[in-house]
Design a protein around this ligand. Structure first.
Ligand code: COA
Length: 150
């Protein structure tokens, strides 16, 4: 049975072409390429999830599963932003991290991206550090945010 539209599902290598359409729109010079996604999807300690709307992938994200889990990426098609999909996907990734036994989750976010920071704050993340020039291709700092899990 196909997954329910609007609900998170596992992402597979078959989703890579669609992800590569969205990457430059969402991440510009910091986009990941096909090789990076192929590598990511082959790693056993990763969980990648996506949400479909209208028969196509419109949101995707991934988490590294460890004692300190890490949200690796999260993106929503601009035509589908501000409808709760980013929040739904993040909650799904956090639930997977909890189920895998993580005690905390960290992530990096562009220091100027208040929208994404708001999303993370709404889920309990707190900024704990600043990494100067972390995004070297765009010359921007990162904020490191952390969430302690129950
Ligand atoms: C960040 C991102 C994933 C949010 O996805 P989304 O589906 O639009 O997020 P949601 O609709 O679930 O938003 C949840 C809350 O986050 C905050 N938020 C999200 N985007 C925001 C924005 N552009 N400006 C201000 N607040 C924002 C709001 O508090 C929002 O709640 P509200 O709509 O009730 O006010 C999306 O904007 C995106 O893909 N951005 C480009 C890629 C990126 O920067 N990813 C994050 C870095 S790893």
């Amino acid at each position: 049975m196909p997954p329910t539209e609007g609900q998170p599902r596992d992402i597979t290598p078959a989703d890579i072409p669609r992800i590569l359409e969205l990457e430059p729109v969402l991440f510009g010079a910091e986009s990941w390429n096909r090789g990076m996604y192929r590598e990511e999807f082959s790693l056993p300690d990763r969980a990648y999830r996506g949400i479909d709307a209208g028969g196509r992938l419109v949101a995707y994200g991934g988490v590294l599963l460890a004692e300190t889990a890490q949200v690796l990426t999260i993106g929503v098609d601009p035509d589908h932003q501000r409808r709760g999909l980013g929040s739904l996907l993040l909650a799904d990734l956090l639930a997977i991290a909890v189920a895998a036994g993580a005690g905390e989750v960290v992530l990096e976010v562009r220091a100027t991206d208040r929208g994404a920071q708001r999303l993370y704050e709404r889920h309990g993340f707190v900024a704990i550090a600043r990494r100067r020039n972390y995004y070297q291709l765009i010359g921007e700092d990162a904020l490191v945010m952390r969430l302690t899990l129950p």
